[in-house]
Design a protein around this ligand. Sequence first.
Ligand SMILES: O=C(O)CCC(=O)C(=O)O
Ligand SMILES: [Fe+2]
Length: 511
Amino acid sequence: MMLLSSNEWQNQNCALEEDGKGNQLSSHSVTGRGGNSSEDDSTIDSSIPPHPLGIKPLGNKYFSAGADARMSIGALQALPDEVLMQLLEYMDARTLRMLGYACKYLFACCMADDVWKSVFLESDLGKKTSFEWRGSWRATVLGLSPEQTARVDCSNVFSDVLHRPFVCSHISLLQYTRNIPAANQIDRLQNMSYEEFAEKWSKKPFILTDCIQPWPVTKSWTLEGLLSQYAEVVFRAEAVDWTFATYYQYMRNTQDESPLYLFDRKFAEKMSLKVGKENGAAYWKPQCFGPDLFEHLGAERPAHRWLIIGPKRSGSTFHKDPNATSAWNAVIQGAKYWIMFPPSATVPGVFVSKDSSEVTSPLSIAEWLLEFHAEARRLPECREGICRAGEILHVPSGWWHLVVNLEDGIALTQNFVPRSHLGGVLSFLRDKADQVSGFEKRISDPYGLFVSRLREEQPDLLEEGFKQLAERKRRWETVVGDVDSSGDQPQKKNTGFSFGFGFGDEDDEIP
Ligand SMILES: O=C(O)CCC(=O)C(=O)O
Ligand SMILES: [Fe+2]
């Protein structure tokens, strides 16, 4: 049998993948998409080590003179790997482990850690807040130490489905984050006043390099420091609630392609932090963003602040922030790469549901970077930047963003409603009521509540908000020329794709 190096496997595979194997994210991508420079290609190749079990991309089968392990799975050969892997997700730990001993191909399938993550979440262990993380979901479920983990040579297993997650969890992030074209760079400023923000910046992303240094947390928080102080505090990380000690073990030793991301909105209460400019406060909102109009909702405001912790490669897939709010995101430790698009942009690889309420079948960060980054970067609306420790980034209302941690890190984020986006928020709450999120269940009419609070406390501002709303509608009618005469629900005319007015106004989209 031919012996190929990891790089050679991928190069060989590249040629073959173009025959149309139909995988959305084939190993072809590993060698670089059209438009990448040869320098990039070599970086991509050299970043992927050989698979620890020797599993190879499917294309390599055609270069192999030896046996094909798939021939040994009997009637299961009728099933494509995607289906086979889905079947495995219905199995319990014992069956999965036993099936893995049937033959090499099934061993390779049954070692896939994503399957074991599902097993973990279904098991009693999945309900615990504290347990020993053993470096993989399989080892954790089975209570195995690294020496006890079976290793079988799977070099005659050829499968993109099995090989791809390994590639995705090993891509070099550097190739995407360096050489940001000058025209794409997110503006970097030292600091700004509220007047400057209101006048010029509330609809643009930017990074402030000299704004959050006075926050005590920028000096006192490190991952190790949080571990010693908050080891037993339970935080939310996607579908699980774990103590920080457990999450710390996990984040420091995981190979997951999309690592679980700690994203907790009750952190201030859980950690007994003071927030705001009072004595002993851990941090406060920067002055430059000005009044946050959702503060008029007091205790009834929707979720608005989060502690974010995650390992390198964790992050957020493409989304817009909730309820048409703006946000700031401050990096305390680590560094984050941001790629952003204005509200009206059609982002490559981002498929939005008919009513634009959700991103359908979102790709993982690595899949998106491999398949769509090069194309996205070429669009004139694309903005990119790296926000480092001690810096804060502004996400304007409605902007699409994908974020990836370049190092293990800690961040704080807060969503807010600046004056210039009041009309957009009123429109969202009124016209997209089914997409409103983050309010407590007892609040049945967020729009009515917000309007009545503003009417009581800031009637002039409410008038201004209504004017913004009317202006949005007017512009919409100019473009569509055919609007429901009641005008109450202009979004009903939404044709299902993200639509731009084409006036160069980055704030506009379908109301
Ligand atoms: O830090 C991140 O992963 C990004 C979080 C985010 O999407 C935000 O702050 O709006
Ligand atoms: Fe966000």
